[in-house]
Design a protein around this ligand. Sequence first.
Ligand code: CU
Length: 221
Amino acid sequence: MDWSLPLNLSTQGVVIDRLFWIIAVLTGVAFILVEAGIIWFSIKYRRRDGQKAHYTHGSKKAEIIWTAVPAVILAVLGIYSGGVWADIRGASALPQDALTFNVVAKQFEWNITYPGSDGRIDTADDFVVRNQFHFPANEPVIVRLESEDVIHSFFVPELRVKQDAVPGMTIPIWFEATGTGEYQIACAELCGLGHYSMDAQVVIHDRADFDAWSAGQAAGN
Ligand SMILES: [Cu+2]
């Protein structure tokens, strides 16, 4: 069994993965302590013949400790993850002038609108490719996510990005890939009978390769 996280190809991945491991270790330790306590107490204080039950109102001190410690841990995690969220998804986190793509989900496919040779979206030279998301590495990329019908979810584990596509909303997300390669967009929201087949190919290029690919697609349209 492979316990490691998927390959990280996102500049945002290091902080996300760190937060994941901090929470996994804290909750893992709490789980082991609680389960061990249940087993230990149920053996130590089990019913025995000839032994009278002991009635107790409990320990105020113990209750204060086991309430306050998790409360402090949760507050620290909340503040810490709030900072991570603000850096990645906050109102001012979206990069200015990044290459922008429209990704429109529908049952059961992903349609990607490319900015074309002028590098700008919503212009005459835009073109659409179904289930193929090509973009360049080593620069921030914005995806404007929409849905034509039901709620879908744009999920690329290697980019550490997962965002619902909601009908009637345009949701901008961004990421920067640190390497090239071919990966997969999987729809991560049960969206109908064909949900299992709703995937698209992600191809991350060097900038020069991306420009060449984009020019070839535009010429073919
Ligand atoms: Cu879907």
